[in-house]
Design a protein around this ligand. Structure first.
Ligand SMILES: NC(=O)C1=CN([C@@H]2O[C@H](COP(=O)(O)OP(=O)(O)OC[C@H]3O[C@@H](n4cnc5c(N)ncnc54)[C@H](OP(=O)(O)O)[C@@H]3O)[C@@H](O)[C@H]2O)C=CC1
Ligand SMILES: O=C1O[C@H](COP(=O)(O)O)[C@@H](O)[C@H](O)[C@H]1O
Length: 585
């Protein structure tokens, strides 16, 4: 564990200024709400899998006068009688009473994912005896306006669980709002007051989870602001900071951000979120590897030929050009999500299933990756950008024709990379990682491709065995092997043994629900630690340098180099090498 010194913040100051409410809104919230209306209908789930909602205590309201608000116990557990597996697992995980403070609550992520995830947890009775949410934004809104906004977001998000009768009315009682400039002090004073007011209902504690759902440029100012006002101090309750991705834009800026955050927070208070780690099937990778004896003897250079990790997306930019033009595929997907999948696949068995043990092992394997200096990039990495093409028979524009993209943009929308690990287990076994936008379909998969049988005594059946973890969709695990095909002749054919996750009959949890609950409970197992993030950046640094910083020394991109709806540039086939081919998923 690399926890740095935690600068203990001073006791919170008692703010004296009144809330700056009442002025004309800077930006109309309704505009954002109506934009969200196009995103889809409320997701319907089998009512039998959902949970009854206990009455939340009503709250006396004095809108826009935060100081006058009494706080009562709010979220209460419901009863999940339908799925014993889920009930047992989750009931042991009730968090202490707490306030969740979401900075950037008016943003896309909060609207589409966070609010629905919290609502789902609350409706399932998983948020403990008392819980409330303080949304924080730069837009001026009263509590009532925010409540309307949040309820509308829940009604419109595809991620919202089936809404039980009366739930929304109860849930709105948990919601409060503060606004202000994130660079000043006032907004943090107001947040501090919100924690003070929740204290009585929260059993005399002021536990708080601060979620930074803002553009990354605001992570440091908000962390500093919370620190200045003493809100990271844990003497009156635990205080935790959840930070969204991307964590830095390169190694240097990630290190600077880590250092800035540690000026205020101890590493044990920091939860860097990578939503891929919250996916049920990603956790199942660990369960299968370390919960069964049959895989371990094969999980090494003696038996594995290579590993393929794919995260293909059929979608294009989805209106995120501003962000994506800056980020590109390496920062958006490779440095975080794919590196995490890679680390979980290649790491050694941890001594225990706990945050330190797991993160130690992930860090060790990331450290063992053979460096990719500028001069090696051409050899081990391929990039691409999609041109016009067709998806499911429908013509779609190329990346450079997308709204707000520069017509000569050099931003990569596809990357494939070959990683080699300098340790005993994996010596000589390449790991091929690829991810891209506008590929033929959305699939995330980890495929362990085994060596061929040493001698082929039968006709056919010389394909390699493949153990494939389908992260999404059609979640499951399959094993491809050779079998005798029926008939007189001893002829082999490939067959697939398939486990589908839906065999459990349980609805898969949203990754944000899982991770939010973990953060509220204080379980950092599924959150990348400082040193992991650092090593992941080190691995991709050379690639970024070659492609972004010093393009003249790297490859000159000949973009676009793959058509939308195809599996990426031709060079990716060369990268994977002779005798191997990318899986067509
Ligand atoms: N959206 C997604 O699907 C995903 C997002 N993320 C990460 O989550 C975070 C939030 O993303 P997203 O919600 O899409 O971002 P948005 O751009 O939609 O905005 C997030 C919030 O930040 C506020 N904000 C933006 N600029 C400023 C500023 N200069 N001063 C004060 N507040 C500001 C916005 O206010 P306002 O509403 O007034 O503009 C909004 O409340 C980012 O770090 C992103 O990388 C990660 C994975 C997926
Ligand atoms: O973080 C991100 O992830 C999504 C893909 O996530 P998934 O859960 O749908 O697989 C990606 O589309 C987006 O560009 C990226 O920012």
């Amino acid at each position: 564990m690399t926890a740095k010194r935690g600068k203990k913040a001073a006791e919170p100051e008692k703010p004296s200024k009144p809330a700056p409410k009442g002025a004309t809104p800077k930006k109309p919230v309704t505009k954002k709400v109506s934009a969200a209306a196009t995103k889809g209908a409320v997701k319907e789930k089998a009512a039998s899998q959902k949970v009854g909602v206990a009455q939340a205590a009503p709250k006396a309201k004095t809108p826009s006068k935060a100081a006058a608000r009494p706080r009562k116990s709010t979220g209460k557990p419901g009863a999940d009688g339908q799925n014993p597996f889920r009930t047992t697992m989750r009931r042991s995980r009730a968090p202490e009473p707490a306030t969740m403070v979401i900075f950037g609550v008016t943003g896309d992520l909060s609207r589409r994912k966070l609010l629905p995830a919290i609502f789902g947890l609350w409706q399932d009775g998983l948020l403990g005896s008392a819980f409330n949410i303080v949304g924080v934004g730069r837009q001026e809104m009263t509590d009532e306006q925010f409540k309307d906004y949040a309820i509308k977001a829940l009604q419109e998000s595809k991620e919202t669980d089936a809404i039980q009768p009366g739930s929304l009315e109860k849930f709105r009682e948990l919601l409060y709002y503060e606004f202000g400039e994130f660079g000043g002090d006032e907004v943090y004073e107001l947040v501090g007051k919100e924690l003070d007011r929740a204290e009585e209902a929260h059993g005399g504690r002021k536990n708080a989870l601060f979620y930074l759902s803002t553009p990354p440029s605001l992570f440091e100012p908000i962390s500093n602001g919370l620190g200045r006002l003493g809100l990271s101090d844990q003497s009156e309750g635990w205080r935790r900071l959840v930070i969204e991705k991307p964590f830095g834009r390169d190694l240097e800026s990630a290190r600077e951000l880590n250092a800035a955050i540690h000026d205020t927070w101890d590493e044990s208070q920091v939860y860097r979120i990578d939503h891929y780690l919250g996916k049920e099937t990603v956790q199942n990778l660990m369960a299968i590897r370390f919960g069964n004896a049959i895989f371990e003897p094969l999980w090494n250079r003696g038996y594995v030929d290579h590993v393929q990790i794919t995260a293909s997306e059929d979608l294009g930019l989805e209106g995120r050009a501003g962000y994506y033009e800056e980020a590109g595929i390496v920062r958006d997907m490779l440095q975080n999500h794919l590196m995490q999948l890679f680390a979980l696949t290649a790491m050694e068995a941890p001594a225990a299933f706990d945050a330190d043990a797991i993160r130690d092992e992930k860090t060790k394997v990331l450290r063992a990756v053979k460096p990719i200096p500028l001069g090696r990039v051409k050899e081990v990495a391929v990039r691409g950008q999609y041109g016009a093409g067709s998806m499911d028979g429908v013509k779609v524009p190329g990346y450079r024709e997308e709204p707000d993209v520069k017509p000569d943009s050099r931003t990569a929308t596809y990357v494939a990379v070959k990683l080699e690990i300098d340790n005993w287990r994996w010596q000589g076994v390449p790991f091929f990682l690829r991810t891209g936008k506008r590929l033929p379909k959305k699939v995330t998969e980890i495929a362990v491709v085994f060596k061929r049988a040493p001698l082929g005594i039968f006709p056919g059946g010389l394909e390699r065995n493949v153990l494939a973890f389908r992260i999404q969709p059609d979640e499951g695990v399959s094993l491809k092997f050779s079998s005798k095909s029926p008939g007189q002749e001893m002829v082999l054919r490939e067959v697939v043994m398939d486990f589908r996750y839906d065999a459990f009959g349980a609805q898969l949890e949203s990754p944000y629900s899982r991770l939010l609950l973990d953060a509220l409970i204080g379980d950092a197992t599924l959150f990348p630690r400082e040193d992991e993030v650092d090593h992941a950046w080190q691995i991709v640094s050379g690639i970024l340098e070659a492609w972004d910083v010093r393009p003249s020394k790297g490859q000159t991109p000949d973009f676009p180099n793959y058509a939308a709806g195809t599996w990426g540039p031709e060079e990716a086939e060369t990268l994977i090498g002779e005798g191997r081919r990318w899986r067509r998923l």
